[in-house]
Ligand binder design. Structure first.
Ligand code: ST9
Ligand code: ZN
Ligand code: ZN
Length: 327
């Protein structure tokens, strides 16, 4: 039985399951030469400037006050949750339900992460799962570490990404007013949340210099969140065990799980994309799962989807690489 059939069986008919994140093994890459790579120089320049700015932020780190350091970590965590609990687990995979206040918080946090608006992020991510490691995957890891990590943001997309993406079912995102509001006001929202807010708070509240606040909780924090996210596409598609499905590229990578607050259990995640915890190990190395659990306890999140232990075990035995024999 395919994952899709299992999911359809396991869900009440009234509530259509999200199936756009299930791998489509009928897709075939087109024969013949690949389209030429078109570099987008504006992005190359901006990403280079950002990373030089982040390096300068790193150089300033020893002169940062404890409060500013704590603020930088808080900004890292808020932006990260906007991606992991927001754009990823809620909006791309619908792995749980969030109340309006939580969705508003996650959308604001998401703007702080400045990784394209939620609609675009979730659309690209659904294509990534459905056409993983093919021409239709926006950050196809078969094209190498650099392409999967950052290169895909520096060149025009392969036409198949756009063609397949246009056929995706995205009505749930279009109907979500929080998602559409963030998309409509995206530019001012990132200016405010990703750059102005992290810079002004330490200056206003405890007299940090604007210069240092811009480079540390601003640029350095932004670049760290970006690279932690990109590691899921690069490192976690290349290095690590495959206990759940040895026939796919995504891996279990603890370093990535730590830096991406729980998103490095990527073999599990591609095998069971609808599981809200993206791992069978609950909160272990998985701050995002702790956060969602806490939101459930506060009544702000409900309907967390979870794969049963029996299902996980059966899948490990059927397709795993044997690396989790004790589990
Ligand atoms: C960033 C995103 O960093 C990171 C995402 C990472 C995902 C990770 C997933 C891993 C799992 C989760 C882990 C989370 C861990 C978090 C840890 C936190 C600590 N379908 O885009 P254009 C249409 S962003 C359908 O210009 P080009 C599009 O609508 C960083 N349609 O394509 C448009 O149509 P129209 C900051 C699609 O020209 C047209 O095509 N941002 C699709 O090829 C052209 O669209 C940047 O750096 C689709 N999939 O340009 C900017 N895609 O005109 C990056 C496109 O009608 N972006 N379309 O509206 C760009 O500059 C450009 O997109 C480009 C491609 C140059 C990359
Ligand atoms: Zn992936
Ligand atoms: Zn995913």
């Amino acid at each position: 039985m395919t994952e899709l059939t299992k999911r359809l069986r396991g869900t009440a008919a009234a509530e259509a399951p999200l199936v756009e994140d299930v791998f489509d093994d009928t897709y075939r890459e087109k024969d013949g030469p690949k389209p030429p790579m078109q570099i987008v120089w504006r992005n190359v320049i901006l990403m280079t400037l950002l990373h030089f700015g982040a390096l300068y932020g790193l150089y300033l780190l020893p002169s940062t006050s404890v409060l500013t350091l704590a603020w930088s970590i808080l900004c890292f965590l808020i932006s990260a949750l906007g991606v992991t609990a927001g754009a990823h687990r809620l909006w791309s995979h619908r792995s749980y339900k969030a109340s309006l206040p939580l969705r508003i918080f996650l959308a604001i946090a998401n703007s702080m992460a400045f990784q394209n608006d939620i609609y675009e992020w979730a659309r690209d991510h659904r294509v990534h799962h459905k056409y993983s490691e093919t021409d239709a995957d926006p950050h196809n890891a078969v094209r190498g570490f650099f392409f999967a990590h950052i290169g895909w943001l520096l060149v025009r997309k392969h036409p198949d990404v756009i063609e397949k993406g246009q056929r995706l079912e995205l009505s749930d995102l279009k109907q979500d007013q929080v998602v559409m509001f963030q998309r409509k006001h995206y530019k001012p929202s990132i200016l405010l949340m990703c750059f102005i807010f992290p810079t002004v708070v330490p200056w206003y509240l405890w007299g940090e210099s604007l210069w240092l606040a811009y480079f540390v909780p601003g640029l350095l924090r932004y670049a760290l969140v970006l690279n932690a996210t990109w590691l899921v596409n690069s490192a976690a598609h290349m290095w690590g065990n495959r206990p759940y499905d040895q026939h796919i590229n995504p891996r279990e990578n603890k370093f990535v799980a730590f830096s991406a607050i729980g998103e490095g259990f990527h073999n599990y995640h591609h095998t069971f994309p609808y599981d809200y915890a993206t791992s069978e190990f609950g909160c272990r190395l998985n701050l995002t799962t702790c956060f969602i659990d806490m939101m459930c306890r506060l009544g702000l999140a409900t309907d967390c989807k979870k794969v049963s232990r029996e299902q996980v075990l059966a899948r490990k035995q059927r397709t795993g690489d044997g690396s989790h024999r004790s589990g």
